[in-house]
Design a protein around this ligand. Structure first.
Ligand SMILES: *[C@@H]1O[C@H](CO)[C@@H](O)[C@H](O)[C@H]1NC(C)=O
Ligand SMILES: *[C@@H]1O[C@H](CO)[C@@H](O)[C@H](O)[C@H]1NC(C)=O
Ligand SMILES: *[C@@H]1O[C@H](CO)[C@@H](O)[C@H](O)[C@H]1NC(C)=O
Length: 333
């Protein structure tokens, strides 16, 4: 009996301390294939990785566009939280018990609802699912309304999305805008330079839409945002000024990628050019830790870990998250 009590006490204190050690109560993720931790396994879409070698270094758990953990996973881990499960992987009971964060991201989708392969979760849909989490599920675990409000305001909201909106293979609006602004020009294809006027018009449209989605989350009580900086953090900073009691930091890895590319050995990489996974040959590289690229469009777990640490506390001087590091964002009042 005494042993049992000791065990229960230890188990209980572990639960308490593991919650106490995280820097935020939860992290909620919105995005594309860089963030997706398995949602596309549960929808009908060709943009799925529900087969080997997805997750080959994560007990063969498929659904990530990577050999192992994504940046979303490392953001959660660095905050001291469990990796956020894919929303669509949770049943109703699991949804009502998950209070440390959920991942709504979906490979091939973008900021615009017109972007993506059929079936992927648009950003609008992802935010609708979060709204359902907040209204239907979280109140079952966090019964006091005031506590729930505080919990949402302290949680980290990660939106790393927008690359696909500039990809002519999945962005219908990009292709249409090019046809409209450059009538008679060849149809935009991957790898072709996008005319500046189209880039500029798309940029404005994407910033507008992203701001609308951030506004929805803000109105639901979110106050701490980590947002990708594809279309100008400065421009987005202007647009989010009305949400003056919210904190924003921006994710951008150009400087970090340059640093890693110039000094690969320092980061344990032997190959920064070729993808580890050759999709046409269906072959894997022998040592996945030595590669920066996973496939033609995604980075390896090893590279994601570096980006995650740099975002967390500028570990490699690459300023992946600025002006605030993730740690500063989480610790901010
Ligand atoms: C997953 O993708 C493959 C092609 O890559 C496709 O043949 C298959 O139908 C997709 N699965 C679902 C459930 O959509
Ligand atoms: C993962 O799947 C591959 C291919 O089916 C298999 O060879 C390997 O042993 C599996 N690894 C684990 C850890 O189950
Ligand atoms: C995949 O392997 C084939 C045969 O070795 C090679 O020709 C091709 O360039 C490789 N693809 C990539 C993306 O590295």
């Amino acid at each position: 009996m005494e042993k049992l009590i000791t065990f229960l006490f230890l188990a209980f204190s572990f639960v308490v301390s593991s919650n106490g050690n995280s820097l935020a109560p939860a992290a909620y993720f919105f995005g594309d294939s860089g963030m997706d931790t398995g949602n596309n396994n549960y929808v009908k879409t060709i943009a799925n990785v529900s087969r080997w070698p997805s997750g080959v270094d994560l007990n063969n758990q498929t659904g990530r566009f990577c050999n192992g953990k994504t940046i979303a996973d490392f953001i959660a881990i660095n905050l001291g939280l469990p990796m956020a499960p894919a929303y669509l992987s949770l049943n109703e009971l699991a949804r009502s018990k998950t209070t440390t964060g959920i991942n709504y991201a979906s490979g091939s989708c973008g900021i615009l609802s017109t972007t993506g392969e059929t079936g992927c979760l648009t950003l609008q849909k992802q935010i609708e699912y979060f709204t359902s989490t907040l209204k239907q599920d979280l109140p079952k675990a966090i019964k006091c309304e005031e506590e729930l409000r505080r919990y949402v305001s302290k949680s980290i909201f990660v939106l790393i999305i927008g690359a696909n909106d500039m990809n002519p293979m999945v962005s219908r609006t990009l292709v249409e805008l090019n046809e409209k602004l450059n009538p008679g020009s060849p149809k935009l294809k991957l790898g072709m330079p996008i005319p500046l006027i189209v880039v500029e018009k798309m940029g404005v449209l994407l910033l507008e839409q992203l701001t609308q989605h951030i506004k929805t989350l803000y109105e639901l009580g979110a106050r701490k945002f980590l947002v990708s900086d594809y279309y100008g953090g400065v421009a987005l900073q202007e647009r989010v000024k009305p949400f003056s009691d919210a904190k924003f930091t921006y994710f951008e890895t150009n400087a970090l990628t340059k640093e890693v590319t110039e000094h690969p050995a320092k980061y344990g990489f032997k190959n920064i050019k070729d993808p580890c996974y050759n999709e046409t040959q269906h072959l894997l590289c022998p040592n996945r830790k030595e590669y920066m690229k996973w496939d033609m469009a995604h980075t390896t777990e090893a590279a994601n870990e570096i980006a995650g640490k740099d975002c967390f506390n500028d570990a490699y001087g690459g300023h992946a998250c600025k002006p605030l590091t993730l740690e500063e964002l989480a610790k901010a009042p």
